[in-house]
Ligand binder design. Structure first.
Ligand SMILES: [Zn+2]
Length: 112
């Protein structure tokens, strides 16, 4: 299934598309759609139409204002950033001695 290697709260970098190079924290994973929402990435400006609205963060908006709406990005366009080597990486897996499966950096083999 696509998307199992990206988890909520991962720090990811966008590796292709118009937001290429941006980094952010994964706020939502949508495995069925194969998409993720990343904090501060893929923002779209939208006019708020009727009355005051609130953003996800609870911020009060003025009538007729322009708000930033986070759009999802394709999960294949992001890679988790390794805390050890600081590079975006493909995700590898390793089976620990106790049988648990951990995600590892393909570059330095540190646990993600
Ligand atoms: Zn690494």
């Amino acid at each position: 299934m696509p998307g199992v290697d990206i988890k909520k709260d991962d720090n990811v970098r966008v590796i292709s598309g118009k937001d290429r190079g941006k980094e952010g924290r994964v706020v939502r994973v949508m495995p069925l759609e194969g998409r993720v929402m990343v904090d501060g990435v893929a923002l779209a400006k939208k006019h708020s139409r009727t009355g005051a609205q609130r953003t996800r963060t609870g911020q009060q908006l003025q009538q007729g204002g322009i708000i930033d709406v986070e759009m999802s990005v394709d999960i294949s366009n992001v890679q988790p950033v390794c805390k050890s080597c600081g590079q975006p990486t493909r995700v590898g897996h390793r089976i620990e001695a106790d049988g648990s499966k951990v995600r590892i950096c393909r570059k330095c083999e540190a646990e993600l």
